[in-house]
Design a protein around this ligand. Sequence first.
Ligand SMILES: [Zn+2]
Length: 213
Amino acid sequence: MTDVLIPTPREAFEMLLAGNQRFVAGSPKHPNQNAARRTEVVPSQNPFAVLFGCSDSRLAAEIIFDRGLGDLFVVRTAGHVMGPEVLGSIEYGVGVLGCPLVVVLGHDSCGAVAATRAAVANGTAADGYVRDVIERVTPSVLAARAAGHTEDADFIAEHTRHTVDLLLARSRTLAEAVDAGRAAVVGLSYRLVDGTAHLVTARGLDVPAVTAS
Ligand SMILES: [Zn+2]
């Protein structure tokens, strides 16, 4: 790691949003996707963000944020549920690679959230390890129900917020980086129909609080 310019958490957030806006507008630049970039990043990687999102096939990270090779350190699981390997991967991105931003990316029509809502409502259990995914989404669904929510967007926002809180509660590496101003964590909600990513919550970044719409 030599003289690499690491963006601030705010700069990283703005880079990410700018890419999403290009994608939404239908005018992507496809940055860092050519052979020159491929060669450039062989010696080392310096991604500007850790993207922890749902595995949903419609949420392809580099496409929806219009980025390329070496830009995003991506961790994705169904319903963005986390276990030790996920936490370790995110800590690697922040602690070792020095990413100034961690993004939790939820989305509407999330199958994991829908399945969990159904499991909670009907008292049913899923087969195999899908059950593990549903169990990890359950606290978010219970919290949203307790708050009286019925809309999909409110359940998605609650699960995204809950994931951000859990990440900071469980990872000391991340919490310390946020406290020191080296990193920020944001929760975004992605809308399938138009490709927009909306801010749900932020830690370590002074942005106006907005709710998913
Ligand atoms: Zn999903």
